[in-house]
Design a protein around this ligand. Sequence first.
Ligand SMILES: Cc1cc2nc3c(=O)[nH]c(=O)nc-3n(C[C@H](O)[C@H](O)[C@H](O)COP(=O)(O)O)c2cc1C
Length: 136
Amino acid sequence: MSGLYQLICLSHLAPDETASCVPQIVRTGRQHNPTLGVGGLLIFDGGRFCHYIEGDAESVSALAEQIRVDSRHVNFRVLYQSHFAGPYLLAERGLEFAMCYDGCLDRFEGVTEAAAMALLHDLLPSLDMEPKREVV
Ligand SMILES: Cc1cc2nc3c(=O)[nH]c(=O)nc-3n(C[C@H](O)[C@H](O)[C@H](O)COP(=O)(O)O)c2cc1C
């Protein structure tokens, strides 16, 4: 598989975990993703993760598989995955993080694959992302 690939997934914090594991997840992503050439956005609402990643297809697929088997979350579902021609959605390779306080991730439950990317696009301007970077 070659070319650029993007993927959105949804999962729940594992029942035996607390939100205190989230900073470690973000730190790991910020260390690994630039070396993989992958950009990511992790949105957390206290109990649920929505994760967007983009980059080289092989790197994105390998990382998604690594994330899928991570025991800190359960009910991992890929909402959307596709090759794309660019440009990147995120300005940097790394991992951006945003808390969601208003139930905005509810909208991703049960969404069709076609609607998931449109939903993410709609959500981006309202997110308080860290580090504060511009969406391309
Ligand atoms: C919701 C969630 C999102 C994650 N996102 C990333 C990520 O973007 N990049 C990353 O390297 N690890 C991420 N991780 C952590 C990986 O699952 C894994 O722990 C990490 O890649 C280190 O794997 P290793 O110890 O086998 O090297 C995430 C974990 C979870 C639960």
